[in-house]
Design a protein. Structure first.
Length: 336
């Protein structure tokens, strides 16, 4: 009796002998000489472990979720980037400067009190209250109590782009300083200070890095806010002239081109950004989402779209009122 053997080597990292199946041909047909018992055992063990440990995994992830909620930390959508649900500077005292620099995409600073712009020195000054009893040891340089530097653009991680963005000095000073800049324009609403430099000119970046973060940052003020723009471009303001009035009831200020001293009681320098073309409702004061932003665009552009539709309808009506011969001639002329 001639026997023929067939070997099938399985590559599962296990024992070579246990992973080999041997089939022997006899007059009665094939029969299996060895079964891979170790593989069956491993599969059953893994399955059992899965049933046993699954509840623990779920409870562990739930615990992590509760911890994240407790500390106010959540993922921003970028690897290694943590976004704080409860902002670091959510409440600041009068006469204070607070900067949140933890975000991967942008820095944002808050000022409250007697705030005055000074464009020649690329500075925004905050004068401390008269009753401030700060010690001389707390000063940074002379009358300066605090000095922060910020580039108010939302691509913080791109050093090549940020190198082109103008830097702004946020300086807290004593009110009794010899050089107090008097107010030329007094505003009774907050300021949001940002830059239209960088990738401005590219429609995607204009929305992703500018318009949407501006919406996120300013929406809480219900249009009662003034936009102060570094690297101001007339064409940008004209391009988005339909949108800006839905974000602010006041004309924007050219920070570099307007040498007047503008005075505010509150100011935000820099813009918050959630992710690419994203409005995260869990991070918004009134739970606005990207749908709300889209609705804002609809309201902003509706008059223009309606006007275009009206003009098209008027042309159609003119053709209908004209003689059929005239319309025929017009169509023939168009075909030529």
């Amino acid at each position: 009796m001639v026997q023929h053997q067939r070997y099938n080597q399985l590559k599962n990292g296990g024992d070579e002998e246990a992973a080999t199946l041997v089939f022997v041909w006899t007059d009665r047909g094939y029969y299996r000489r060895r079964r891979p018992k170790i593989l069956s055992f491993l599969l059953l063990s893994l399955l059992a472990c899965g049933f046993i440990l699954a509840p623990h995994f779920f409870s562990f992830s739930s615990a992590l979720s509760h911890l994240s909620d407790f500390f106010g930390v959540q993922n921003d959508g970028l690897a290694g980037d943590l976004y704080v649900n409860a902002p670091l500077c959510s409440s600041i005292s009068n006469g204070s400067v607070c900067c949140d620099r933890r975000h991967f995409r942008s820095d944002i600073c808050f000022m409250k009190g007697d705030i005055r712009t000074h464009s020649p020195s690329s500075s925004v000054f905050l004068y401390s209250p008269k009753n401030s009893d700060d010690d001389a040891s707390s000063t940074v340089d002379g009358d300066e109590l605090q000095h922060e530097k910020i580039k108010p653009y939302t691509r913080k991680w791109e050093t090549s782009v940020m190198a082109t963005i103008d830097e702004l000095n946020l300086i807290s000073k004593r009110r009794n300083s010899d050089v107090d800049h008097s107010c030329d324009v007094i505003h009774d609403v907050p300021a949001v200070i940002f830059s239209t430099g960088g990738y401005t000119g590219n429609v995607y970046h204009e929305f992703n890095d500018g318009i949407i973060p501006l919406y996120i940052t300013s929406q809480q003020f219900n249009k009662e806010v003034v936009f102060v723009i570094l690297e101001y471009h007339d064409w940008w303001v004209m391009k988005y002239a339909d949108i800006l009035p839905h974000l602010s009831s006041y004309p924007p200020i050219d920070f570099n081109g307007d040498n007047r001293t503008h005075c505010f009681t509150e100011a935000i320098t820099g813009l918050r950004i959630h992710d690419e073309l994203t409005v995260d409702p869990t991070l918004m004061k009134n739970n606005e989402s990207i749908v709300d932003f889209r609705n804002l665009l609809d309201r902003a552009y509706r008059p223009r779209v309606t006007g275009l539709i009206r003009k098209a309808q008027e042309k159609t009506s003119e053709c209908a009122l004209a003689t059929q011969k005239g319309c025929t001639i017009n169509k023939r002329n168009q075909s030529w």
